[in-house]
Design a binder for this molecule. Sequence first.
Ligand SMILES: Nc1nc2c(c(=O)[nH]1)N[C@H]1C(S)=C(S)[C@@H](COP(=O)(O)OP(=O)(O)OC[C@H]3O[C@@H](n4cnc5c(N)ncnc54)[C@H](O)[C@@H]3O)O[C@H]1N2
Ligand code: MOO
Ligand SMILES: [Mg+2]
Length: 411
Amino acid sequence: MLINISIEDANRILADEHIDINIIEISLLDSLDYVLAEDIKSNINIPPFNRSPLDGYAYRSEDTIYATEDSPITLEVIDVIQAGYVSNKKINNGQAIRIMTGAKIPEGADVVMKYEDTKFTDKEVKIFNYLKPQSNIVKMGEDIKSGDIVLPKGIVIGPAEIGILASLGRSHIKVYDRPKVAILATGDELVDIDEELKEGKIRNSNSYTIAAQVKRWGGEPVLLGICKDNIEETTRVLKSSLKWADVIITTGGASVGDADIIKEAFQETGGKILFWKVKMKPGTPIVVAKYENKFLFGLSGNPAAAYITFEQFVRPTILRLRGKTKYNLMEVDSLLENNSNKISSQNRYIRAFTYKKDGKYYTKLPNKHSSGVLSSLSEKNSLFFVASGMGPYKKGDKIKVQLINYLEVGE
Ligand SMILES: Nc1nc2c(c(=O)[nH]1)N[C@H]1C(S)=C(S)[C@@H](COP(=O)(O)OP(=O)(O)OC[C@H]3O[C@@H](n4cnc5c(N)ncnc54)[C@H](O)[C@@H]3O)O[C@H]1N2
Ligand code: MOO
Ligand SMILES: [Mg+2]
């Protein structure tokens, strides 16, 4: 078992683990934010015909070569085409058809002039200037050509992709499924949110924080409730969850206390421990195991430690399980707003609020930092990483922060 490893090694070990991704078929609108699991090829041209981009008149360009402001050319109007309809008339010399935006260009016409630049009656239209052939004609296949791979496998489905799929007539598509994530709180001291608080007890907040983080990154959280610090009971719950969950996250019992049994429980399930303890604060005692193709994350019981180690180590795994290939958090250069007097003896992620003003990012640190304090994580959107031995920092120092809610956008 690897113990007390660096943050980089922990990330590398996790990234090297093989990921089995499930593919499901899903209805179009439900596919928002899923990753596409098939190449989408078009079997039609879009638009499927040459069409008018304007409300105006379609005619033959050659008829109007000599049209000028002072000496307009008059054409006979032989039909009207609304969008969605076609004309069975062919335009000959000296003729025009009144046409609406989106309608199919009639046979014989090679140009469209908008209403505003003409003078017209029901029977005639006057053209005052010459337009080259093909002016104001949207070509068949301008948007999508038949045979094109319009959406490649691996892209994230957003509103535009949903529209493209709709235009291709796809009501169902193949996507990578969302991982099912079982969440278990462990600790004799825990009661659930609707239970009375007796002496020595605290409420289980971790399960809810973690479930919200899982949801935010697109996993499907399933709360397993609370387990006592008992290895048999914990192992039993883990084993039954391993039958259906892709990921199990526990909180508590990860350290060296008498009742800290998570590492042993992971082993009892038959899982292989990938590592235990990472050189960082908060969250040092994280334990990660693999059982077949499933991941088990044993996070510290301390609420801020669980929150931060989730973002560093669990989030990338959830995103990979959803078929995403980009999963690093966005990092920005920022200016520190307050002094941070501590010299860090260990690598440390400090919770922070980062905002933009006049084109620059600024970062404010809260007063409370302890790994047992959850309240000061409220409205924090970033983490200031301080490597071991670094600091103190003062107001105005240039720092780098991770934005917790945004993924890095790369090529
Ligand atoms: N002798 C040592 N003691 C500790 C060490 C160490 O290296 N040597 N490491 C400390 C560090 S760092 C951390 S972090 C914690 C990790 O603790 P555990 O993962 O074993 O978690 P617990 O002991 O079960 O609980 C810690 C703390 O968190 C509270 N807690 C637990 N579950 C929840 C929950 N679901 N919701 C809210 N709060 C929860 C629990 O009551 C404790 O206060 O160990 C240090 N000790
Ligand atoms: O690593 Mo622990 O999470 O700081 O208290
Ligand atoms: Mg403990």
